[in-house]
Design a protein around this ligand. Structure first.
Ligand SMILES: NC(=O)c1ccc[n+]([C@@H]2O[C@H](COP(=O)([O-])OP(=O)(O)OC[C@H]3O[C@@H](n4cnc5c(N)ncnc54)[C@H](OP(=O)(O)O)[C@@H]3O)[C@@H](O)[C@H]2O)c1
Length: 427
């Protein structure tokens, strides 16, 4: 058995036709990989209960609803700010209306309701209306509301902050308030995001909402109430990311996440439904723990820069003998510490900035003309964050996003960095 790996390698070579037999010695220990929770146990839902899905007519919401129906649900309350419109005559040929018709044709009772869950009165009114309509009591809640208002924090308006946060923070609190009676629910699941775990520079509002959902799951479980937050990574075939190749490409390029698909999302959902209380309250699905440039401490990804993720980092030759980026970062700092004069330091910094931009824009470093402003190369606020992180780590200079975006040229930026660098001040 100890040779199982070589046996498979041998099969791979194609040198052998026929069987290869492995035998276990009596004293040999065979490692058994436990089956992931929820993979084999199929969720069984009640036909005499209602299930509430917030965002149930959205991208992932529809897939979630189909899953619930396939597992026995017959009564569905689907909430979103505009869900009720799908029953209007003028919308009868829209995708959303066709989705509802399919569910009804399958014998389900479906109530789409327009409701802003960020407003407690709106949610309470909706739930009372469902009761009055004779829908059975809600036994399961899935919170999948999201509103993206992305911007770098320094450029985020208060309105963006509130709008992005509200469905997840106030919405989740309002749902919790409505469903906090012991034994009233079989499950309470929040579709949260890895954004709250890793931190995406342009999504502080969304990330804060996701972290709130994670905390809510812990808190509910600590009080004996069902609560699981599924922190999903980007999904390639359903939901918002699947509709924007630009967003998908950016997330893929960052390298922090692996692209998920519908099947994985539904497996995670199945696990959360079948283990509403005895599993971990926070399920993180989609961090890229395989070897790769995302572990570079000075790279564009968060994973390598944040010590919290160290336990996930694969032990490879590259990581154990210090990542390439770390050594290049160390060399800029030592170059600055030993720079003969400010002019020499400015040149080192200019060259590091050019290398970084060449890497980001995948162009030869010789094409980065330091006399040009950052905007000339397409530096936007997200890339400015990357540049700032690099300058903080490698030049010990705290430069604002504003400074980077507004500087008249990369050379002027290099001069500003030299002026602020702690390496140069101490020499
Ligand atoms: N797509 C991904 O790759 C991905 C990755 C990680 C996590 N997630 C999570 O998965 C869930 C679903 O995402 P999705 O991709 O399917 O997005 P989506 O298609 O935009 O769905 C979000 C839904 O939330 C509803 N909503 C927004 N604000 C609301 C409010 N105040 N009250 C009630 N409903 C509200 C929207 O409908 P109205 O506009 O009509 O209100 C929409 O139906 C979200 O919780 C998200 O955080 C998605």
């Amino acid at each position: 058995m100890a040779q199982v790996q070589s046996a498979f390698r041998f099969v791979q070579t194609g040198a052998q036709i026929g069987k290869i037999v492995l035998s276990a010695n009596p004293d040999e220990q065979v490692h058994v990989v436990p089956q992931p929770v929820g993979v084999t146990t199929r969720a069984q839902l009640r036909s005499d209960a209602s299930y509430l899905v917030v965002g149930g007519v959205g991208g992932i919401g529809r897939s979630v609803v189909q899953f619930l129906v396939a597992h026995g649900a017959k009564n569905l309350i689907l909430l979103s700010r505009s869900a009720g419109d799908l029953d209007l005559d003028k919308n009868k040929s829209t995708d959303g209306a066709l989705f509802l018709r399919e569910l009804r044709d399958m014998g389900c009772r479906v109530k789409p309701v327009s409701c802003d869950i960020g407003l407690p009165s709106s949610l309470t009114k909706t739930l009372r209306a469902c009761e009055n309509d004779g829908l059975p009591p809600v036994r399961g809640v899935i919170q999948g509301a999201m509103l993206l208002r992305d911007a770098i924090f320094e450029q985020m308006t208060l309105d963006d902050w509130r709008s992005g946060l509200s469905p997840k923070l106030y919405g989740t609190w309002n749902l919790h308030t409505e469903f906090s009676q012991p034994d009233s629910l079989d499950f309470f699941i929040m579709l949260s995001s890895v954004s709250g775990v890793v931190g995406i520079a342009s999504q502080t509002n969304y990330a804060a909402g996701g972290s709130y959902e994670d905390a809510m799951a812990c808190w509910r479980q600590s009080r004996g109430l069902p609560g699981v937050a599924i922190d999903l990574g980007p999904i390639s075939d359903i939901g918002y990311v699947s509709t924007s190749s630009k967003v998908a490409e950016r997330l893929r390029k960052d390298g922090d996440f692996i692209m998920l698909d519908e099947d994985i999302v539904l497996r995670a959902l199945n696990a959360a439904i079948t283990h509403p209380l005895d599993s971990r309250p926070q399920m993180i699905v989609g961090l890229n723990s395989s070897p790769g440039p995302q572990w570079d401490a000075n790279g564009r990804s968060q994973l390598g820069r944040d010590a919290r993720f160290l336990p996930l980092r694969p032990i490879t030759k590259t990581s154990s003998s210090s990542a390439e980026g770390e050594s290049s970062g160390a060399s800029l700092s030592s170059l600055l510490s030993s720079a003969a004069d400010t002019q020499a330091a400015v040149e080192f910094i200019g060259s590091a900035i050019a290398t970084k931009l060449a890497d980001i824009f995948m162009m030869p470093v010789g094409e980065i003309d330091l006399a040009k402003p950052p905007a000339h190369f397409g530096v936007d606020s997200l890339i400015a964050v990357e540049l700032r992180n690099m300058l903080v780590l490698q030049a010990a200079a705290d430069i604002s996003i504003f400074n980077i975006l507004q500087t008249s040229s990369l050379a002027a930026l290099a001069a500003l960095v030299a002026e602020k660098s702690r390496f140069l001040q101490s020499s």
